[in-house]
Design a protein around this ligand. Structure first.
Ligand SMILES: Cc1ncc(COP(=O)(O)O)c(C=O)c1O
Length: 398
């Protein structure tokens, strides 16, 4: 197995198992950002001098890279701050175009709050209705999905591609197909899938996707909202100001062409350039390898859990349908205590509701502990996790 410690110095100090919250960043990403800030830190799209042209070129090349990796068109790639902002902006844009009072948005009970609250805001402000597809013991209830698509007649279906608690990868092809047949707009939250697999927007035919750089080796403060050119063209600008206009008069303005019309003000130039380096790194590792390693670790974690009756597992046990997420509880211990004790052994996990309270309601527990794996993790990390959990059990079973 390749040794990643040189590229990710934190791996020398920690068993980092909170990758679903944010991934570690390799030195290549930090160096690309250093290079921008130290050697060509000019603003983009404006300067008629070499370092500004260099910065513009590097920034736009990342847009092209994103388009290539997600099988879309660069004109359909909008840089935002994160997945949350991407979803909020799309929700607001749709509320000013296709959505009217009384229209329904269909979500699923598996969503992260980022794909719930923006729509609940439209419910408060615009009288939009919000409905949810149920879960069954295995994941999404596809019969309920079909039934709601046919009978609730939603205008928009917004669904998570991979769950940040269960790890389950939803059947995006089937969902998009059933929505397309009814002319429903689709948004797929790829925050937890884009770091692990190649999401082919073109093949799926989904209208919009959203994801964050920081969960896929890139810096914080960079996200993407992406759609095909036609869908992106149909959206009104999100914010007004510099960079997003063709012409401004005292009483009117003409917006720039896409995608510039959606990127008002100076963007996170260094961050986008760092994100480009992250995408290059991911491609060099290869998505097949990424998925293989994390599924092996998940399988190993599940087998370790089987030998311990004090652990209840909530995440997907069918590793073929999941990303590397292991959500669990320890008998008698609050997940915050579990996490604090693991931290003493340099094991980092997440504890709480993971911004998915409706999902936890469906699971029948208010919170869980969550270990999430990425390609640079090893069996030793999983062993450290379970050694720590044995210690937690000793403390709380006494
Ligand atoms: C499924 C899912 N959607 C959306 C988000 C929000 O991502 P961000 O905080 O980068 O906006 C997360 C973050 O954990 C997530 O797991």
């Amino acid at each position: 197995m390749q040794n990643y410690e040189e590229d990710f110095p934190l791996l020398n100090k920690l068993h980092y198992l909170d990758n679903a919250a944010t991934s570690l960043k390799p030195v290549q990403v930090v160096s690309a950002m250093d290079d921008y800030y130290l050697n060509y830190a000019a603003n983009i799209h404006r300067g008629v001098y070499r370092i500004s042209e260099q910065a513009t070129d590097r920034y736009e090349r990342v847009r092209e890279k994103v388009a290539e990796m997600f099988c879309g068109n660069p004109n359909g790639v909008i840089f935002t701050n994160n997945t949350t902002e991407s979803i909020n902006q799309l929700a607001l844009a749709l509320s000013r175009t296709v959505l009217k009072k009384g229209d329904t948005i269909l979500l699923t009970e598996m969503e992260h709050h980022s794909n719930i609250v923006p729509w609940l805001m439209l419910k408060q402000w615009n009288g939009i209705r919000v409905e949810y597809v149920k879960l069954n013991g295995k994941g999404l209830d596809y019969d309920d999905f079909r039934d709601k698509v046919a009978n609730v007649k939603p205008k928009v279906v917004s669904f998570v591609h991979a769950s940040n608690v269960l790890g389950t990868i939803n059947n995006a092809g089937e969902i998009v197909k059933m929505c397309k047949d009814e002319g429903i707009t689709t948004l797929m939250d790829c925050a937890q899938s884009a770091p692990h697999e190649r999401v082919d927007m073109g093949r799926l035919g989904v209208d919009y996707i959203a994801f964050s750089s920081h969960k896929m080796l890139g810096p914080t403060g960079v996200g993407v909202l992406m759609g095909n050119e036609e869908n992106i063209k149909a959206l009104p600008p999100f914010f007004g100001g510099g960079s997003m206009i063709k012409r401004v008069e005292k009483q009117s303005f003409e917006p720039a062409e896409i995608p510039q019309r959606f990127e008002a003000g100076t963007p996170n130039i260094g961050g986008v350039i760092g994100f480009g380096a992250a995408l290059n790194y991911l491609e060099a590792v290869g998505f097949e390898r990424i998925m293989k390693v994390e599924r092996e670790l998940l399988e190993y974690a599940l087998s370790c859990a089987q030998d311990r009756d004090y652990i209840t597992v909530y995440s997907n046990k069918n590793v073929k349908d999941a990303v590397g997420i292991f959500a669990f509880n320890i008998k008698g211990a609050h997940p915050h205590d579990v996490s604090a004790i693991l931290d003493e052994n340099n094991v980092c996990i997440r504890a709480g509701h993971h911004c998915a309270q409706p999902l936890h309601e469906s699971l029948g527990v208010p919170f869980t502990a969550r270990a999430s794996f990425y390609f640079y993790n090893t069996k030793e990390d999983v062993d450290a996790l379970f050694n720590g959990l044995d210690r937690v059990n000793e403390v709380f079973s006494g």
